[in-house]
Design a protein around this ligand. Structure first.
Ligand code: ADP
Length: 647
C-alpha cells in the first residue's frame, strides 16, 4: 500500500473520517517520508491528525511535546479512545508511575507519548530517549518557542538541544496557529528544523458566524445574559479584558439564574483547574475568562465565544474566537464593543512597556507596531465589508507578503451569509469627501508623514511640529477644519484597512498609498463607514432591559444564521437523546463528553439513525474502536427512538 493510501485508511479506521482536511494530507505524507514539517493551521483545522496518523503508521514511539500538563490527560484519553495506545509523563505522576510509562513506551506498547518540555531536561527522560526508537517528534503550540509570540515559554528553548542530542534524529513536526513570519522563523531556527515542508492553510472558518455588535457598556451584561438564556444547552466562552470583569460578570450571570464560572490567571491553581474541568465536562456551560483561558483547550463543541471587550489585535481575536466550533458545526463569535473600549485599549498600549529594559526608541517601535495591530482590530469593528473576507484578507496579506503567496483560501464573494455585516443592515456615514481629502493630503506631503500629521494638516492646525512642511502652502490645509478629528482618524484607519492607504512598516508609521489608492480620485468613488450598532441587537437588549432581566428575551443578535443545517423535529429530538446518552457514558467513564463523540458526530447519527455496525461506521467521526466501545449503546438508543416513533 502506498503511504497515501495507508494514511487515508488510517484516517477511516481510527477517526471514521472520509477525507483529509486542507493541509493534512501533505503534512502526513511529508512526515511519513522522513521530512520535517512546519504546519501553520488555525485552531480547529485538525493539527492533531497530522501527527497522530504518522504516529499510528510508523514503527516506534512518537513524542508529542505539549505545554499544558493539565490538558494532557484529556488529550491522551481522546487518542486512546480512537484505538491508539497513548500515555503521558509529567509531574502529576509519582516516580513509579513515570517509570512504568517509560518502560511501556520503551517496550513498544505506546504509540504516542505526551510530555511537557520541562521533562526533556531530566536525565531519566534523556536516558529513555537514548535507548528507545523514536519515530517522530511533534511539537504542539510551537510558537511558544518564540519570544515574539504572546505565549513564550523558556522551556521550549531546550527542545532543539534535546533533539540534537538524540542518537538518531527523527523527523520533527512543529505545529502552531500563529501566523506571523517572525514567529515562524523562530520556530524553524530555534527547534532546528531541517528544510521543513511549510504548510499554511486558509484562515477562513466557514462554520463560524462572525458578529460585531456596538453596545454601550451598561447594556453588555444584559446582552450576554439574554444570549445565554436563548442558548441554554450550549457551551460558550465569554472573554473579558480584566480579571475583575470576569468575576463580576460571572457573579451577575449566576445571580440571574445562569450557571457560569470565572477563570483568570490570578485565581488559585486548584480553583482554576476545577473551573476548566467543569467546563470541559459540561458541568458548567459558560466560562467567563480572561485570555489566560483556552490555549490548547481541546473542547470541540464550544458553540459560542462572546468578547465582552475589544481585544488588542486581530491575531488575538482570531485565536480566541477560533475556539468556537472546532468540530465544524455552526458556532457564533460575537464581539461587543464601543468607543470607550478603543480609548481603554489605546491607553493600555501607551502605558505598557514603560518599565521594560528597552531603550525609549525600542519602546516606541513596539508601541507603534501594537498601535497598528490595534488599528486592524478597530477596522474589524467598523468595517461594512464581509467579516470573513476582512479576516482572510488580514491574514492573507500577511501570509502573501511573508511566504511568497501562500494559500489564502477562504475569500468569499458577495454575501457570505455567515456574518452580521452580510446579513444585517446598519447605519453608515458617507465619508467620501473625507476620504478624498485624506488621499489628496497624502499626495500633498509626498507620502512622507504619519497619520497624526495628516489629520493636523487637514484640520488646519498651527502645531509647531508641522512647521517644516510649510503646511499653509498645501492645498489640503484646513480642508476638513469642520470635521471631527476622531472621524478623520477613523476614516484614515479604515482606508488603510481597505487598501486605499498603507501604513509603512518601520520606525515611523508613514502613511502611503495603498494598492487601491487610485480609486479615490475616480469620479464614481464612494466611501462609507459604519455608524451605529445594528438595530436588531439594541432593540432586543432594550426589550430585555425593560423585562428586568434576561429571561424570556428574544435573542439578541440571534436568529437562524445557518442555512446549511436545518434539522427536522425528529432529528433534533434524537440528537438531544443521544447527547443525554453521551453525558451519561462520559460520567460513567469519567471523561469529557466530547471525547466520546463530538456534536457533529451525534448530529450525523441523528440523521442516519444507524442500527447496524456498517451503518454506524458510516457516521462521520465513528472509527472502528469507537464502534466497539460505544456502538451498542448508541444503536440501542436509536432503535428505542425508532420504536417510539412507530408506535
Ligand atoms: P487543532 O489542533 O488544529 O485545533 P484538532 O486536531 O483538535 O484541531 O481538530 C479539531 C476537530 O476537527 C477535532 O474534533 C478533529 O477530530 C476534527 N477533524 C480533524 N481532522 C478531520 C478530518 N479530516 N475530517 C473531519 N474532522 C476532522
Amino acid at each position: 500500500m502506498t503511504a497515501q493510501n495507508a494514511a487515508l485508511a488510517a484516517l477511516r479506521q481510527y477517526y471514521g473520517y472520509d477525507s483529509f482536511r486542507p493541509g493534512q494530507q501533505g503534512i502526513v505524507e511529508a512526515l511519513l517520508a522522513g521530512r520535517d514539517v512546519l504546519g501553520v493551521m488555525p485552531t480547529g483545522a485538525g493539527k492533531s491528525v497530522c501527527y497522530q496518523i504518522p504516529a499510528a503508521l510508523l514503527p516506534g514511539v512518537t513524542l508529542v511535546i505539549s505545554p499544558l500538563i493539565s490538558l494532557m490527560r484529556d488529550q491522551v484519553d481522546a487518542v486512546n479512545d480512537i484505538g491508539l495506545p497513548a500515555a503521558f509523563v509529567n509531574t502529576t505522576q509519582d516516580m513509579d508511575e513515570q517509570a512504568m510509562v517509560l518502560a511501556q513506551a520503551a517496550a513498544g506498547q505506546i504509540k504516542l507519548l505526551y510530555v511537557a518540555p520541562e521533562r526533556l531536561e531530566t536525565s531519566r527522560f534523556r536516558d529513555f530517549a537514548a535507548r528507545t526508537p523514536i519515530s517522530l517528534i511533534a511539537v504542539d503550540e510551537a510558537h511558544c518557542v518564540s519570544q515574539w509570540g504572546q505565549d513564550f515559554r523558556s522551556s521550549y528553548l531546550g527542545i532543539g538541544e534535546f533533539i540534537a542530542g538524540l542518537p538518531q534524529r527523527p523527523p520533527i513536526g512543529a505545529f502552531t496557529a500563529t501566523a506571523t513570519e517572525r514567529v515562524r522563523q523562530d520556530i524553524i531556527g530555534l527547534l532546528g528544523l531541517c528544510d521543513p515542508a511549510i504548510t499554511v492553510t486558509g484562515f477562513d472558518r466557514p462554520n463560524l458566524y462572525f458578529d460585531v455588535v456596538k453596545l454601550e457598556t451598561k447594556y453588555k451584561v444584559a446582552w450576554v445574559a439574554s444570549y445565554i438564556a436563548e442558548h441554554a444547552d450550549e457551551s460558550g466562552i465569554v472573554y473579558c479584558a480584566t480579571r475583575k470583569n470576569t468575576e463580576d460578570i460571572a457573579a451577575t450571570l449566576n445571580d440571574m439564574g445562569h450557571t457560569a464560572v470565572a477563570y483568570h490567571g490570578g485565581m488559585n491553581a486548584d480553583v482554576r483547574e476545577k473551573a476548566q474541568r467543569d467546563f470541559i465536562t459540561d458541568k458548567v456551560p459558560v466560562v467567563v475568562a480572561t485570555n489566560a483561558f483556552g490555549m490548547g483547550i481541546d473542547k470541540s463543541d464550544v458553540r459560542f465565544v462572546i468578547h465582552y471587550n475589544m481585544p488588542e489585535s486581530i491575531e488575538a481575536y482570531y485565536q480566541e474566537a477560533g475556539r468556537a466550533g472546532r468540530d465544524g458545526e455552526p458556532s457564533r463569535c460575537t464581539l461587543l464593543w464601543n468607543e470607550s473600549d478603543i480609548v481603554t485599549r489605546r491607553r493600555l498600549l501607551d502605558s505598557d512597556y514603560e518599565n521594560d529594559r528597552m531603550t525609549p526608541e525600542q519602546q516606541e517601535i513596539v508601541r507603534q507596531s501594537k498601535r497598528r495591530l490595534l488599528d486592524g482590530m478597530i477596522g474589524y469593528c467598523r468595517t461594512t465589508d464581509c467579516l470573513h473576507r476582512y479576516m482572510t484578507r488580514y491574514f492573507g496579506q500577511e501570509l502573501a507578503a511573508a511566504a511568497g503567496g501562500t494559500d489564502t483560501a477562504g475569500e468569499v464573494n458577495g454575501k457570505c451569509g455567515a456574518c452580521s455585516n452580510c446579513e444585517s443592515t446598519f447605519a453608515t456615514t458617507d465619508v467620501t469627501q473625507v476620504a478624498r481629502a485624506i488621499s489628496r493630503c497624502v499626495h500633498d506631503v509626498n507620502q512622507r508623514v504619519g497619520s497624526g500629521k495628516i489629520v493636523k494638516i487637514l484640520r488646519g492646525s498651527q502645531a509647531q511640529d508641522l512647521a517644516w512642511l510649510n503646511p499653509e502652502q498645501l492645498p489640503t490645509f484646513g480642508m476638513l477644519k469642520d470635521v471631527n478629528t476622531a472621524l478623520i482618524r477613523d476614516v484614515l484607519n479604515q482606508m488603510a484597512t481597505d487598501g486605499y492607504l498603507s501604513i509603512a512598516e518601520g520606525r515611523l508609521p508613514i502613511v502611503q498609498f495603498g494598492v487601491r489608492a487610485a480609486e479615490t480620485v475616480a469620479p464614481g468613488f464612494h466611501y462609507e463607514i459604519k455608524k451605529v450598532e445594528r438595530k436588531s441587537a439594541s432593540r432586543a437588549v432594550q426589550r430585555d432591559m425593560r423585562a428586568g432581566g434576561a429571561t424570556g428575551a428574544e435573542a439578541a443578535g440571534s436568529g437562524a444564521p445557518f442555512s446549511s443545517y436545518v434539522p427536522d423535529d425528529d432529528a433534533e429530538a434524537l440528537f438531544q437523546k443521544l447527547r443525554e446518552l453521551r453525558r451519561t457514558i462520559a460520567q460513567e467513564i469519567g471523561k469529557p463528553p466530547y471525547i466520546v463523540f463530538s456534536d457533529k458526530t451525534l448530529r450525523d447519527m441523528a440523521v442516519i439513525r444507524p442500527v447496524t455496525n456498517a451503518q454506524f461506521l458510516a457516521v462521520n467521526g465513528v472509527g472502528e474502536h469507537k464502534l466497539e466501545l460505544y456502538g451498542k449503546c448508541f444503536m440501542e438508543a436509536v432503535a428505542a427512538f425508532n420504536a417510539g416513533k412507530t408506535q
